[in-house]
Each structure stands twice: as structure tokens, then as C-alpha cells.
Ligand binder design. Structure first.
Ligand code: BGC
Length: 758
């Protein structure tokens, strides 16, 4: 829609100036004038974000939603795809509602739009902030070309329980890395400001502590000390706020006995007052209504509590729409709070430039030419290859030769639908590249023999639950033995076996918790049969969470963890398998030996009886039946080359006050290929007024070295890096001894000690 036509529909835009010329005062004047004209119902209407239903272009005006929009009862809509549909509903808002206030359009653009990037847990394993920022920026560019101006991302929930399916949507277990990624994602989506046409407004979620659900069961209770909350779980949300995120989504879980959606401490005391958040807060999907089941009141009560706690927009449940007026009459909420929330929504629309041009994101030409472009696909392929983690590579099985015969086996080998991974709302699955296609593209001279080998699991009902949203695996009715026999026949004709196994895309993500986190049984049986052949086996492992891989680590020669790599997964996997790209991903979550060890994370406390030396020791903190070690520690990942770390050199061993310490190592590429290494800095605060973790990530650098090349890698450390929230929740550092550690993962580090006095 052309701007001139847009203006006809928008009388309020006469008051608006372009955001770039304006400032807060101008925005305030504009919104004051608009709000003066608004009735209470219209104000409450702005707080309503209903489910979009099935909006059919041409009939939008007569739909239920259309009616509500005309009545000024809708502030925005989400997960509608396509400029035609979006402009049709926007036209109702700015053409047929009394005050012609434009709608805001959101979507779960979580890891790409139509061009899908790896799932966020995979992206985090790149440890490359520029790359992550670029993926978010491409996602914003595509989404903004298709009518979307608001994304429900980044998801920054710290997760230390791999049973929780939504661990796939975040950046793992570490608050420092999680904070860096939160910032990079917000900057990627919003650019220098989300008022620009190619940028969209981000929404950090799920505030707060959603990743700490008891037992890893989704939506479950969380309960933790404020010390843990502030030191370990809140930092990434704060980092997003500091980076200027435009909106925040409240989480489903309770915190301190009050659901986050009605939690004044979280939403007002911390978010608004301590952190100075200026944007708006939206609930999660029916988050207010669910507080009835949480048991804190009837719908009217919980809606009033949500508003008074600091919620500005109600997603799907329409509880604000149906109860706030009554609550105001009864004195349960204040007009001031309704005004505050309404103002926040209008400010976001103003900043997005929607008052000036409600069709700003609806240029058909952009939708035709700027989505799923060759350049974006290339970027998706490059990014995906950086997220794969090489877990094992005995006898240099990898990289593979681009000749000979490969047996490609497994239910994920010839499957497009599952490549994008969970939450790929805008994707066309048929356009994703499967492993078999990728192998053929990259190594056309290789003879590829394919067999499915097994179903996803041995239970057809499980396979249905694990294959929702158009990602189903066709159930193969042959017996497990018949399928394995076919696979072995193929395997026996090959030089090397590539087994594409693991989870389906929907085995992680929302409401996809698992009590066992192994490779599903049917595939495990298949893998064991393949290993038994004695041929070299490469496990290409698909997963949205850490899995228990003890047997695999002990028995399979090579393991490449590829998460869910997005649209270009198959090509990127082939790039790495054949050595066109040297893998450099490093884990951002600990991989436990078994479920009983969970939670298992690198930055734990020491306890009064730590296990020192070998397992087992009576009266020490350990188990009778399993050691405390993970299969793979946080930060771990191999390469086709090898790296050597020298001892640490410190610029000083006694520091005073605000000095800067430089800690450096010499890093040498001791192998025969060019490769990238993520050099990680950890610090331990040996004695504190409260107990401190055994180590905490405080810095990292991704370095590329040629074979034989050595570089000095230096980290600058200041007292800011030593700060933590103490028992009074004061953020400060304490003098004493600090152990500085540098290495290629959280377990294998060099260390040196300094004393730092105030
Ligand atoms: C999820 C959110 C998502 C929302 C909107 C909810 O079920 O928890 O992460 O943004 O739906 O689709």
C-alpha cells in the first residue's frame, strides 16, 4: 500500500512526526492528545492481543476479529502471515475504527523467518556474537518485508535441566554467555532503532525463571533463592533490557508463590524500577486466565492483579477486555494503571512509525523480493555450519572423502520437515534441505546408499506426539528387525556409515519435556547394529537438548551434533562432514551421563564435602552408581585440527582497586588444518561473604589459526568482572584471592592465582 493511500486511512497520523525527527516530548504530546480522545473501552482495547483465528483476506472485515477491531477492542494481532492478510486487517483498524489507531503485528520469529537459522540452542554453540546478530537481523529484514513489526524473541531463559523441551529455544546454562547473546539478538532485530523499516521490535521472554521448572516439566513451578535468581537467572533478561529491548513477555510459571504474570516484584520492582525498563510487558498465551488454575483468584481478580503488577497487554485470553472496566468500578484497579498500560502500547506503535504509516511493513514489492533470497540462504548455510559441535572423532574418521560409497542410514537422513526445528512458524518445510540432498549437492561423486533403518521410536503413538505441526514421520509398518536388516545390507556395501539419528524437531520445544533423554530406543538398536559391523560409523546427531550419550561416546567412532540447522541444514551438514568447513561449535549446556545427575552444570557450588580426586568416596558429595562427571562438559567441542594452550601469563599477581589485570595464553594450532577455537576465560572467587561457584565464565574469544600458527590471546579483567549480588542483593566485588582459568572448555583449563585488594 502506498504511503499516500495509507494517509487517507489515518487521521491521527496528522499529528505524528517521523520518529527520527522526534523525541520523547513530541511523542508524549502526540499520545496525550490521542488519549484525551479515547474512551475507557478504547484504552482497554489497546491492551488486548487476541488470537488471530483464521483471517481470510477479503473476508477479514466480516470476521469476529474484524468486528472487534472496528469497535476499537484490539491492540494488535500475532502469527498472521502475509502482507495481504496483514494489510487487510490494518485497513479495518485505520479505516473503520473510531480513532483509527493502527494495529501492531507480532510473530514468533524465533530463529529466522522463511529462511530458517539453527534453533537458538544451536546458534549459541557458535559463540559468535556477530553471526548471531546477523541471523537476527536477517530474520527481522524478512519479517518486516512481510508485514511483521514485532517478534517474540529472544528467549533467554537459563536452563540447566535438559528434560525441559524449551531448552532448545534458549542459549543454555550460562548467565554470562546468555547475556551476551541476549544483547546480540536484540541488536540484530532492532538495529540501532526499531523505527527503521528493516528492523522489528524484539520481546525478551519468558520473564522470569521459566527455565527452572521443577523436574523439567513444562509450565511447572519454579522456586529459588533471590541470590540464585539475581546471580544466575536474571542477568540475560537484564542484558536485553540494557540493550533497549522494546517489550518483555511474562512467563507462565510462578515465582515466590505468585505467577510471574501477577508478580509485582518481578514486573514493577525489578523490571521497571531497578532496571529502568521503558517498553511494554505482554503476557504469554492466556497467561492471565491460567492464574485461575494456579489458584490465585477468579478471572476478574487475576486480571486486576496482572494489571496492577505491571502487565500492559493481554495475549489471547481477553481477560482485560472482559473484566477491567468492572474492576475499575469496584476500585480493584486504577484508571492511572490502565492509562499507563495503554500509553506503553501506543508508544511502541509510535516508535515503530505505525501512526505515520500503518502500512509501513506492507509493501508487496518487498515481500516478493526480500524473503528467502539466495543471499539469506547462503548466510543460513554458513551460520548453521558454525553451530555444529564435533563431540568425538576417533582415528580422524571425519572429514569424509568425496569419493567411494557412503551408507546413509536413519529416520532423519531423508527428511526435510524436521530440519528447521521447533518454532519455525513462517517456514515452508518443503524447501528445507535434507541430509541426503546436502550430501549429493556437496559430493556428487560419492555413491550414496540409503536406508531408513528404523522408525523414530518403537512406539507409533510416541511418534505421533513427536511429529506434530506438519513434521510427522511416516510410520513404517515393517518390523524393527526387517528395517535393521535392510540397513545392514546397505551398510555392508559401504566404506563408511553415516547414521542420521536422534530427536525429531518436535521432541523439543514447548510442551515437549522428556523424562528420559536418550536417543529413542528403535534408533539406539539400529545404531548398535551398525557399530557391530565394524565399519567406521559417523553419528550425525539431531537434538534440541543435551542427550545422555554415554554408550555412544564409548562406542561410536565419530559424533557430530547438528541440533536442528534450519533451512540449509543438509548442505551445512555436508559442508562439515566433507571438511569444506572445519567444525568449531562448543557446547553451551552440560551433557550428563544419565538423567539422575540432573541438574548438572559447570558453575555449581563446591559444597562442604566436594569430591576431590577419584570417585567413589564415602561421606563426600557424590553418587554410589555414577561419577559426578558429565559425558561432555560446558564449552566442549572438537575440531579437525588441534589446539595447544600455554600456561597463563598474568600482568600482575597483586592488584589494588580499579586496576586492570591482563591474563594471556599462547594458543597454537598444532594440527594440519586451519581452524577456529573458542578460548574461554573462567574465574573463581575463592572466598566470599556468600559461597561462590567453582568457576564462572567471564569472557571468550573465537580465534582462527592456520596450521602451526601461534597467537597470544589476552583478556582484560577489571573489578567489574568480579561483581556479584551479595546477601543484601547489593552488586559488588569483594577483595581476596581469585583463580583465573583459561581453556578450550570448562573442564580442561590452565589456571593462575591473583590477589585483589580494595
Ligand atoms: C509461548 C511463547 C510464544 C507464544 C505466542 C506461547 O505458548 O510460550 O513463547 O511466544 O505462545 O505464540
Amino acid at each position: 500500500m502506498k504511503k499516500s493511500i495509507a494517509l487517507l486511512f489515518c487521521t491521527v497520523c496528522l499529528f505524528a512526526n517521523s520518529f527520527s525527527q522526534t523525541n520523547d516530548a513530541k511523542m508524549k504530546t502526540f499520545i496525550d492528545a490521542l488519549m484525551k480522545k479515547m474512551t475507557l473501552d478504547e484504552k482497554i482495547g489497546q491492551l488486548n492481543l487476541p488470537g488471530s483465528g483464521d483471517i481470510v483476506t477479503g473476508q477479514a472485515s466480516n470476521s469476529d476479529i474484524g468486528k472487534k477491531i472496528k469497535e476499537g477492542k484490539v491492540g494488535g494481532l500475532f502469527n498472521i502471515k502475509g502482507v495481504d492478510k496483514i494489510s487487510a486487517v490494518q485497513k479495518i483498524a485505520v479505516g473503520e475504527s473510531r480513532l483509527k489507531i493502527p494495529l501492531i503485528f507480532g510473530m514468533d520469529v524465533i530463529h529466522g523467518y522463511e529462511t530458517v537459522f539453527p534453533i537458538p540452542l544451536g546458534l549459541s554453540c557458535s559463540w559468535d556474537m556477530d553471526l548471531i546478530k546477523k541471523s537476527a537481523s536477517i530474520a527481522a529484514h524478512e519479517a518486516s518485508a512481510d508485514g511483521i513489526c514485532w517478534t517474540f524473541s529472544p528467549m533467554v531463559d537459563i536452563a540447566r535441566d535438559p528434560r525441559w523441551g524449551r531448552i532448545a529455544e534458549g542459549s543454555g546454562e550460562d548467565p554470562y554467555l546468555g547475556s551476551q547473546i541476549a544483547k546480540a539478538m536484540v541488536q540484530g532485530y532492532q538495529g540501532d532503532h526499531f523505527s527503521k523499516n528493516y528492523n522489528i521490535m524484539a520481546c525478551v521472554k519468558h520473564y522470569a525463571l521459566y527455565g527452572a521448572a521443577e523436574g523439567g516439566r513444562d509450565y511447572n513451578t519454579t522456586d529459588m533463592s533471590h541470590l540464585r535468581m539475581f546471580n544466575e537467572y536474571l542477568p540475560p533478561y537484564k542484558a536485553a533490557v540494557d540493550a533497549g529491548v522494546g517489550s518483555v513477555m511474562a512467563s507462565f510459571n510462578e515465582v515466590d508463590g505468585v505467577p510471574a504474570t501477577a508478580n509485582k516484584f518481578l514486573l514493577t520492582d525489578v523490571l521497571r524500577k531497578q532496571w529502568g525498563f521503558k517498553g511494554f510487558v505482554v503476557t504469554d498465551y492466556t497467561g492471565i486466565n491460567e492464574m485461575v488454575a494456579h489458584g490465585i483468584g477468579d478471572l476478574q481478580t487475576v486480571a486486576a492483579r496482572a494489571l496492577m503488577a505491571g502487565i500492559d497487554m493481554d495475549m489471547v485470553g481477553e481477560s482485560f477486555l472482559t473484566t477491567l472496566k468492572k474492576s475499575l468500578q469496584k476500585g480493584k484497579v486504577t484508571e492511572q494503571q490502565i492509562d499507563f498500560a495503554c500509553r506503553k502500547i501506543l508508544e511502541a506503535k509510535y516508535k515503530l512509525g505505525l501512526f505515520e504509516n500503518p502500512y509501513k511493513y506492507c509493501e508487496e514489492q518487498r515481500a516478493k523480493t526480500e524473503i528467502f533470497t539466495d543471499a539469506n540462504l547462503k548466510a543460513a548455510r554458513d551460520v548453521a555450519a558454525q553451530t555444529f559441535v564435533l563431540l568425538k572423532n576417533d582415528n580422524a574418521v571425519l572429514p569424509l572423502k568425496k569419493s567411494g560409497t557412503i551408507a546413509l542410514i536413519g529416520p532423519l537422513a531423508d527428511n526435510k520437515e524436521n530440519m528447521p526445528g521447533t518454532w519455525s512458524v513462517a517456514a515452508d518445510f518443503s524447501k528445507a534441505v535434507s541430509v541426503i540432498q546436502g550430501l549429493k549437492n556437496v559430493a556428487p561423486d560419492v555413491n550414496i546408499l540409503y536406508a531408513k533403518g528404523s522408525n523414530l521410536s518403537s512406539d507409533s503413538l510416541f511418534d505421533v506426539r513427536a511429529g506434530m505441526f506438519g513434521k510427522s514421520f511416516k510410520w513404517d509398518s515393517r518390523s524393527a528387525q526387517q528395517m535393521i536388516d535392510e540397513a545392514l545390507e546397505v551398510a555392508n556395501k559401504s566404506d563408511v556409515i553415516v547414521a542420521a539419528l536422534g530427536e525429531s524437531a518436535e521432541m523439543s520445544g514447548e510442551s515437549s519435556s522428556r523424562s528420559m533423554i536418550n536417543i529413542p530406543d528403535a534408533q539406539e538398536d539400529l545404531l548398535k547394529a551398525l557399530v557391530k559391523t565394524g565399519k567406521p560409523v559417523v553419528l550425525v546427531l539431531f537434538t534440541g537438548r543435551p542427550l545422555t550419550l554415554k554408550w555412544e561416546q564409548e562406542n561410536v567412532p565419530a559424533i557430530l551434533n547438528v541440533w536442528f540447522g534450519g533451512t540449509e541444514a543438509g548442505n551445512a551438514i555436508a559442508d562439515v562432514l566433507f571438511g569444506d568447513v572445519n567444525p568449531s561449535g562448543k557446547l553451551t549446556t552440560t551433557f550428563p551421563q544419565n538423567v539422575g545427575q540432573i541438574p548438572l552444570y559447570y558453575n555449581h557450588k563446591n559444597t562442604g564435602r566436594p569430591l576431590e580426586g577419584k570417585w567413589f568416596q564415602k561421606f563426600r558429595s557424590n553418587y554410589l552408581d555414577v561419577s559426578n562427571d558429565p559425558v561432555y562438559p560446558f564449552g566442549f567441542g572438537l575440531s579437525y585440527t588441534t589446539f595447544n594452550y600455554s600456561d597463563i601469563k598474568l600482568s600482575d599477581t597483586l592488584l589494588k582497586g580499579n586496576k586492570t589485570l591482563t591474563a594471556s595464553v599462547q594458543l597454537t594450532n598444532t594440527g594440519t588444518r586451519k581452524g577456529k577455537e573458542v578460548v574461554q576465560l573462567y574465574i573463581r572467587d575463592v572466598v566470599g561473604s556468600i559461597t561462590r561457584p567453582v568457576k564462572e565464565l567471564k569472557g571468550f574469544q573465537k580465534i582462527e589459526l592456520n596450521p602451526g600458527e601461534t597467537k597470544t590471546i589476552s583478556f582484560k579483567i577489571t573489578p567489574d568482572d568480579l561483581k556479584f549480588y551479595n546477601a543484601d542483593l547489593k552488586y559488588d566485588w569483594e577483595p581476596g584471592e581469585f583463580i583465573i582459568m583459561i581453556g578450550g572448555n570448562s573442564r580442561d583449563v590452565k589456571s593462575a592465582s591473583v590477589n585483589w585488594v580494595k
